[in-house]
Ligand binder design. Structure first.
Ligand code: SF4
Length: 876
């Protein structure tokens, strides 16, 4: 076995991974104990990485118009079409829409080609949807896009405030580090601020369920409280901050009661924050994804600046990014309004420096179009050619149906990706096969500015190429051969590092110039390294010395007033729709959906409603609901929970046209953006909810991938095949024929059937030899069966007792999967709680192993313990 140290390709925690490859290409994944981000831990997604690297669905050859083509032909076509479009319509008629999945070296080349040589600012990234408001807030306050602190600050703090951050599910290893720190030092207080009571609240001493879009008012109230309680650090403000008086005056005129929190809650939070010196405020998409996201960021920064609680151990504001290389994208200038290395497009001296460095006479003079405006320009024909790399805007952009229509109408769409099976790739004129995680070489930067190597541990299959190479090859064919003459990613890294030295001369924070002479072997063996990396310093915190990157060296506090979301609920759309993530899936599931165990936790798209709202709509758990906004609609499984507030609903953003009939939740989100950052308001759309009136529901199992035109379907991988949920308003009359069509079975496949006409039940199983190849369970109500038991029947010898839908008394129903590492279900945990009187998560772990590997399920185990009323059980 060979072991390769690389980096997880999912969230911005940026965990180190040890990939062990056996000669037969079996891969084992473990956390890297030497990586400072995770110290050996991995979450459920990271732990299942080996299940996501199949070759199935891989795009192995370029395709033109859907037909396989050679690289030469495809690259020349892309280069010619871009060049012709630019010649006829100007450089702003083309665009690149790229991704935080790219490595820094890929990103650097894409940005250099568009901004330096095509001469347009029209390159933006899906990171715009994730953390653009943090970038804008940092620049307004600090003069640069600087994350001041380190992950260890969360462990060293006495108070960690999590604002709009479901850390337990979205940055699980960071959550685990915080949980471990709190276990070791219970006096460390945790506050969660979120309209939803998420799994993260399990750790919290205080949860503040504020109204959506009221964070500015909350932190304005805190600033006023800090002033009134004499907790403002006057010396720090005098020496290191401008704008305090105006910020305070604005704060005092705002009304924190708009948060909907009680005065007691506000006072408790304000007193705790004011009275705790070592406080870290972590914020994420719940803050950023808002029409006032930048103001929310600055409202948080204002409080840290007023108290000087920044840049020192255990204190500071901390933006955690969603994607593995969102930070790398920021460093190379992958956002439309940034130049490379944190330099500013609007600054003539910065432009001159980059123009000279790149020898790029056509360097753009103006920012390009940010993501939402970019796709509007595609829709109205200003952009006539777009190249989309490793992202799925037909699913993830707001007003996703309009984005789909725009791409369908666009003259020329290029998509580079690892698969053709995405909603966006299906619209491409040219598909370019790129190398996948496991085959890629380069660097990524995580949320604490730590640059890590992603290293290839699998051979590149015949066909795909690295993204930097594809982009450079197109650039060369467009006539820019000298500027894009790279043979390896380390050559790009050296150039990027050298350019950062130029930025450093302008007093910019991102300076890794001491790595500009890195040798090939030093790059190969590069350990995780926090920037900056200059002749005089490596890593560490920023701003501990009170020096900022503004012209006068002082941080800026800003006068802010709360503004409610752009659209508010009304009679037609009475709910606020909050979108977000689930624990075990990543973005649009192109990788995590390959893993049966990741798909087992939550296997179909859903909407969460408060019990009172569900009752008013006559919706019960497991019903289906039509959720509609002014921009689009979805059909989703109903989950009833008081973790959402009355009048609010939550739905995850992962499901696509590949995995569900109507689950693309961003189709419902309005393309309303923050005026400064351009980030869309993905947390506060408006929506209505109504029952989806189905006359038949079904649960299906299949050894092969099923397909259907039923109005509702959602499919997920299971061990040995697939599972699927279906529903019809007008059900088929012949279920055997319907089943044959769904499962694509030959006439020779004989069904075994069981029916109960009185109850409207139909059950069919198709056996081939001794193997179950397909089964369909139909009912007039949402199908209530032991799904985990049934899914297990896809493996091993077929047992026709499966038609009962329930395991025998000797095989207890495990229930819905909670611990995906060991595939332990909720019923198994409930039984252990009841029968063994277990009252702690650790005790459950000892008895069942649940929660003892990645730990991502520990909050849900705690919820099951709480729901069981453990003190009584313990006493029995
Ligand atoms: Fe990957 Fe999980 Fe670590 Fe994020 S927390 S980098 S998803 S292992």
């Amino acid at each position: 076995m060979t072991t390769v140290a690389t980096t997880c390709p999912y969230c911005g925690v940026g965990c180190g991974v040890q990939a062990r490859v056996a000669p037969g290409a079996d891969v084992e994944i473990k956390g890297d104990a030497d990586h400072p981000a995770n110290l050996g831990r991995l979450c459920s997604k990271g732990s299942a990485l080996a299940e996501t690297i199949w070759m199935e669905d891989r795009l192995l050859s370029p395709r033109i118009g859907g037909a396989d083509a050679g690289w030469d032909e495809a690259l020349q076509l892309v280069a010619d079409r871009l060049a012709d479009t630019i010649a006829e319509h100007g450089p702003d008629s083309v665009a690149f829409y790229v991704s935080g999945q790219l490595l820094t070296e890929d990103y650097y080349i894409a940005n250099k080609l568009m901004k330096g040589f095509i001469g347009s600012g029209n390159i933006d990234t899906n990171s715009r949807l994730c953390m653009a408001s943090s970038v804008a807030g940092h620049k307004r306050a600090f003069g640069t896009d600087t994350v001041p602190g380190l992950y260890t600050d969360l462990e060293e703090a006495d108070l960690v405030v999590l604002v709009g951050s479901n850390l337990a599910w979205c940055h699980p290893v960071l959550y685990q580090r915080l949980a471990a720190a709190k276990a070791a030092r219970p006096e460390l207080k945790v506050v969660t601020i979120d309209p939803r009571r998420t799994a993260t609240a399990d750790l919290a001493d205080m949860h503040l369920g504020l109204a959506p879009g009221t964070d500015v008012a909350l932190f304005n109230g805190l600033l006023e409280h800090l002033h009134v309680s004499a907790e403002v650090d006057s010396d720090y403000v005098a020496n290191h901050v401008t704008g305090f008086d105006a910020a305070l005056e604005a704060a005092c005129s705002d009304d924190p009661c708009v948060t909907g929190l009680s005065l007691e809650e506000l006072d408790a939070f304000y007193s705790l924050w004011a009275g705790t010196q070592k406080v870290v405020t972590v914020y994420s998409q719940g803050v950023n994804q808002s029409s006032t996201g930048t103001d929310k960021v600055n409202a948080i920064l204002n409080c840290h600046l007023a108290t000087g609680r920044i840049g020192k151990p255990g204190m500071g504001p901390f933006s955690v990014t969603g994607q593995p290389n969102a930070m790398g994208g920021r460093e190379v200038g992958g956002l439309a309004n940034m130049l490379a290395c944190h330099l500013d497009i609007e600054n003539a001296a910065h432009r001159d420096a980059v123009r000279t460095f790149w020898d790029a006479p056509h360097l753009t003079e103006t920012p390009g179009l940010k993501a939402v405006d970019m796709f509007r320009a595609v829709a109205d024909g200003r952009i006539k050619a777009i190249w989309i790399a490793h992202t799925n805007p037909v699913v993830s952009m707001p007003e996703a149906d309009a984005v789909k229509a725009a791409l369908e109408a666009c003259d020329f769409v290029v998509v580079s990706d690892i698969t053709a099976a995405t909603d966006t790739a299906r619209l491409a004129d040219v598909l370019l096969p790129a190398t996948a995680w496991g085959e890629k070489d380069g660097t990524v930067t995580n949320s604490e500015r730590c640059i890590s190597r992603q290293r290839a541990f699998l051979p590149v299959p015949d066909g795909p190429r690295p993204d930097w190479q594809i982009m450079a090859q197109v650039a060369r064919r467009m006539g820019f051969a000298r500027a894009f003459d790279y043979a390896t990613p380390v050559e790009i890294f050296r150039e990027h590092a050298a350019l950062s030295g130029v930025a450093g001369q302008f007093g910019k924070d991102f300076d890794i110039s001491a790595m500009s002479g890195i040798t090939d072997s030093e790059y190969d063996t590069l350990k995780p390294t926090r920037w900056p990396v200059t002749a005089i310093r490596t890593g560490g915190r920023f701003f501990g010395d009170g020096q900022y990157f503004t012209p006068n060296g002082k941080a800026r506090m800003l006068p802010l007033l709360n503004h409610l979301p752009a659209a508010m609920p009304d009679d037609d759309y009475p709910f606020v729709l909050n979108t977000g993530r689930v624990r075990d899936h990543w973005h649009t599931m192109t990788r995590t959906a390959k893993s049966p165990r990741l798909s087992a936790h939550l296997a179909e798209p859903f909407v969460e409603l408060h019990p009172d709202d569900a009752a008013a709509l006559d919706l019960k758990p497991a019903d289906l609901a039509r959720v509609t906004s002014p921009d689009g609609g979805a059909i989703l499984r109903v989950r009833v929970t008081d973790t959402v507030q009355k009048g609010q609903i939550f739905a995850p953003m992962h499901w696509t046209g590949e995995t569900a009939s109507a689950g693309r939740i961003d189709a419902l989100v309005a393309a309303v953006t923050d005026p400064i950052s351009g980030q869309p308001e993905s947390k506060a759309a408006v929506a209505q909810v109504a029952r989806f009136e189905a006359r038949a529901f079904a649960f299906a199992l299949s050894a092969e991938e099923p397909s259907t035109d039923a109005p509702y379907w959602a499919k997920a991988r299971a061990r040995g095949g697939w599972r699927m949920e279906l529903a019809w308003e007008e059900p088929p009359t012949d279920w055997i024929s319907a089943a044959r069509a769904i499962f694509n079975l030959p006439d020779t496949a004989e069904p075994v059937t069981m029916s109960d006409p009185r109850r409207g039940l139909q059950r069919l199983a198709f056996i081939d030899g001794d193997r179950l190849v397909a089964a369909l369970f139909v009912a007039p109500e949402p199908v209530a069966l032991s799904r985990q038991f049934l899914v297990g029947q896809l493996q091993g010898e077929a047992d026709l007792t499966l038609l009962s839908g329930q395991p025998g008394a000797d095989r207890p129903d495990p229930g819905a999967i909670v611990c995906s590492c060991f595939e332990i279900g909720a019923n198994t945990i409930r039984r252990a709680i009841a029968e063994q009187g277990l009252v702690t998560v650790d005790a459950i772990g000892e008895a069942l192993r649940a929660g003892t590997n990645c730990g991502s399920c520990r909050p849900e185990i705690r919820t099951l313990i709480d729901a069981a009323g453990t003190p009584k059980l313990a006493a029995e």
